[in-house]
Design a protein around this ligand. Structure first.
Ligand SMILES: C=C(O[C@@H]1C=C(C(=O)O)C=C[C@H]1O)C(=O)O
Length: 356
């Protein structure tokens, strides 16, 4: 080792010592806050503010994304000093839902992999998990109907949203593409990667394609099948001990899935919030236009409008609407009050910090 390299490493060691002291001081403060605060440990609005502030004051060379990732882990460890949280999600291990859990809550949480979206709601409703993470929409596939139907019925509230870029990986027990004789994948993932597969696997016609129940299921099957590969998220490769043969093989680079955090709390104002509501109106001409007029009047921006059959009467619909702002903001409160007086049914699912 050159003297110069040694000096640089000595500097890193000194910084690490300082960081360690500072991180422990932070953890002690979080513990102290935990003793003083009454009620719930997890405060999404505060965490969002902490991360936003750090992104704004970051002068690099680390990117904002890396800073968020690092501090999410620090917050995760500090939060666990107060109370370890249990998060239910749509499993099995290695799915994109699990990636979404880690993106929001960090690694210092207990996780509960559920078989179905219904089970995620059930685990949180019964108190077996503090929060749940469920997919709600995908930028190419559209809405996740089951999540929306359950939101309509549940006593739970929406406490957060997570946006996750969906990157697909080709993984196998070895990295030689020429050796692949089978590909396990969820049909949707296969479709999302078809262009890449055709270009990079010239013998694709001769490769057997086997449908799997989820990306994680695909990876678990490839882990016991020598000449097989799987298409799945990065996390699945780690969970099932597979080698990554190719990264980001999706044909649509901006494919993003949006998840919701469901829980039992009313989240306070963070300053950059969203509110999700579901409502219905009578079935007559102009009804939906009239219903939405208060949003325009109070200058409320709508980020999503989705209709779903109400399951009550034939051709009756409920509308899921996301707006910018918190229900405690004055203009939002007024707009919601008016909406409530016009709608035949209105449920506020929750206000929460907008995804970073
Ligand atoms: C320390 C607190 O508790 C939790 C941990 C936080 C943190 O480590 O910054 C922030 C919010 C809470 O989820 C707090 O409420 O301030």
């Amino acid at each position: 080792m050159t003297e110069q390299l040694k000096q640089l490493r000595d500097k890193i060691d000194a910084i690490d010592n300082e960081l360690l002291k500072l991180i422990n001081a932070r953890a002690a403060l979080a513990q102290e806050i935990g003793r003083r605060k009454n009620g719930v440990t997890y405060r999404p609005e505060r965490e969002s503010q902490v991360l936003t502030r750090l992104q704004q004051s970051n002068s690099g060379p680390l990117t904002s994304e890396r800073v968020t990732q690092l501090f999410t882990e620090i917050i995760s460890a500090c939060r666990a000093m107060e109370e370890p949280l249990t998060i239910a999600y749509l499993g099995p291990q290695g799915t994109f839902s699990e990636e979404a859990v880690t993106k929001r809550f960090g690694n210092t949480v207990l996780t509960l992999a559920c078989h179905t979206i219904d089970d995620v709601f059930r685990e949180v409703e019964s108190g077996s998990a503090h929060y749940g993470v469920v997919p709600v929409e995908n930028s190419t596939e559209g809405a996740v109907g089951r999540t929306m139907d359950l939101l309509l019925q549940t006593p739970l509230t929406v406490c957060g949203e997570i946006e996750l870029a969906v990157h697909q990986y080709l993984m196998a027990q070895q990295s030689d593409l020429a050796a692949i004789q089978k590909i396990y994948s969820h049909p949707q993932s296969f479709a999302q990667c078809l262009g890449w597969l055709k270009t990079h696997l010239p013998n694709l016609q001769t490769i057997a394609r086997i449908d799997a129940a989820s990306n994680a299921d695909a990876a678990s099957r490839a882990a016991t099948d020598q000449n097989a590969a799987a298409i799945a998220g990065k996390k699945a490769a780690a969970v099932f001990g597979l080698t990554i043969c190719a990264k980001n093989i999706e044909d649509e680079p901006n494919n993003t899935t949006r998840f919701l955090v469901i829980g039992t709390q009313q989240v306070s104002v963070s300053g950059k919030d969203k509110t999700s509501i579901v409502l219905s109106t009578s079935n007559r001409p102009g009804a939906i236009h009239e219903l939405l007029a208060p949003l325009a009047r109070y200058q409320v921006s709508m980020t999503r409008l989705e209709s779903r059959p109400s399951r009550k009467g034939l051709w009756e619909y409920v509308f899921f609407i996301d707006i910018e702002g918190h229900q405690e903001n004055e203009n939002i409160a007024k707009a919601l009050e008016e909406l409530r007086s016009k709608a035949t049914f209105l449920k506020i699912l929750g206000s929460y910090p907008a995804a970073q």
